[in-house]
Design a protein around this ligand. Structure first.
Ligand code: SF4
Length: 333
């Protein structure tokens, strides 16, 4: 099932709202966008989000709940070494939300959090203040969809619009918005990068539940390019399945034939990898998924495919792309 309309009343049966979050504009907007949801006041988001003995597969099947909260902790983090930096020596990410409307079997969030429920932070004024403070030290390249996919929350919250407006307004700020959805509204600006994860339909159908299909993503990519936006294509994470060459080959053919690649900023290629700290819980939360039950090897506390396979997978897709795209702008992870 693809997520067509996130403002559907059925998306969140319950919205938990911190008492401190009640007075924020985003809170009012979310609640009025979801009139069918039951609103439950709470003291602190951790009372719900961090509860012990939560069952992620069960919460996902039964419908994730939304929690509106004030982020009183860190608002911006420095990226870890497994993160993609695309040549930026300093790479940072913001956490406007925790957890995701989508449900990818292999998502590291399943290994990081004890819940499938989603926290959306409503105190955008504090994020703005923090960004301005960081900009005093120089330009800032900021990912805003690292612990979530923000696009499915846009209709109810305006979170994407907040960040795109901020990027346009503040000198030195560039934002990157990564997605597996297929947005249709874009803000063309040299300071906003729309990064699309490109996956074959066979992978999306098996492992990337509720995300947009390949055709939908590629239509959205073309629309972003036509609108004059900066676009990045991420063939990452590639997931190993039997017959992966044919599957990724068909996908690459489709990308080449349907996207004006000369208008694409850059690309990334990467195979699935995850911190060794998350693999146990990830496997527990996706017990039937071949994507995460693969016998990975551990290297520097990162679980990944064996070297030979990883190399073969990346080389396979690189060899197809380098014929049609400047190889220097293909980053590998
Ligand atoms: S879209 Fe990204 S953040 Fe959302 S579930 Fe999938 S991998 Fe996780």
């Amino acid at each position: 099932m693809n997520l067509k309309d996130v403002s559907s009343h059925k998306l969140f049966s319950h919205i938990y709202v911190e008492e401190d979050a009640l007075s924020y504009e985003m809170t009012s907007r979310v609640i009025s966008s979801l009139p069918g949801s039951c609103v439950v006041p709470i003291r602190h988001y951790k009372d719900v989000f961090n509860r012990k003995h939560q069952d992620i597969p069960c919460q996902t099947r039964g419908g994730k709940k939304l929690i509106l909260a004030v982020n009183r902790g860190s608002l911006i983090y420095k990226g870890a070494s497994v993160c993609q930096d695309f040549g930026n020596s300093e790479f940072f990410y913001a956490t406007p939300a925790m957890n995701c409307v989508f449900d990818c079997d292999y998502c590291f969030l399943k290994g990081m959090y004890d819940t499938a429920n989603i926290v959306l932070f409503v105190n955008t004024d504090d994020y703005e203040r923090e960004v301005k403070k960081r900009l005093e030290d120089g330009p800032l390249h900021l990912h805003i969809s690292y612990d979530t996919d923000v696009f499915p929350l846009e209709k109810i919250s305006g979170i994407v619009s907040f960040w795109t407006s901020l990027a346009q307004e503040l000198d030195g700020l560039t934002i990157e918005i990564r997605t597996k959805s297929a947005p249709s509204v874009f803000t063309p600006s040299p300071k906003i990068i729309y990064a699309f994860t490109i996956s074959p339909d066979e992978i999306t159908e098996r492992f990337e539940h509720r995300t947009a299909s390949l055709d939908q993503r590629l239509r959205s990519v073309s629309l972003a390019i036509k609108s004059g936006c900066r676009v990045r294509l991420c063939f990452d994470p590639m997931i190993y399945v039997k017959g992966y060459k044919e599957i990724y080959s068909r996908m690459t053919d489709k990308v080449i034939s349907s996207v004006d690649l000369q208008a694409v900023d850059d690309m990334s290629i990467g195979t699935f990898r995850i911190s060794g700290d998350y693999i146990r819980d990830l496997r527990k939360n996706a017990p039937d998924s071949a994507a995460v039950q693969f016998p990975f090897v551990k290297k520097d506390n990162v679980m990944r495919y064996p070297d030979v396979l990883e190399k073969e997978m990346k080389e396979y897709i690189r060899s197809r792309l380098k014929d049609v795209f400047d190889e220097e702008k293909i980053y590998e992870y």
